[in-house]
Design a binder for this molecule. Structure first.
Ligand SMILES: [Zn+2]
Length: 95
């Protein structure tokens, strides 16, 4: 059977079943290796105010928030893009 992707869109390999994670946008259950994991720094303070406070020497904590997204939501929000057949063959760093 012809394959669209060598990895079949996952990082599972031949290991069988794996845990499901919930998409943080739509709530869909997706396999952990298929889900798109994004970690972003999130500040509790408004950016403009944070800049002012930092110039005055205050230390503002920055939290890192990790989210799991299903492929549909990641495409919709532009986190991953649709790639052409040739581009899909190129190796990408692990997300
Ligand atoms: Zn989703």
């Amino acid at each position: 059977m012809p394959k669209k992707r060598k990895s079949r869109g996952r990082r599972k390999g031949g290991k069988g079943k794996e845990d499901l994670v919930q998409c943080d946008m739509c709530g869909a259950l997706v396999p952990r290796s298929k889900a798109i994991k994004i970690t972003r720094p999130v500040s509790v303070v408004d950016p403009q105010l944070a800049r002012e406070l930092r110039s005055k020497g205050a230390i503002i904590p920055v939290y890192r928030v990790t989210k799991y997204l299903c492929v549909k939501c990641a495409i919709h929000r532009g986190i991953v893009k649709i790639r052409s057949e040739e581009e899909r063959k190129k190796k990408t760093p692990l997300r």
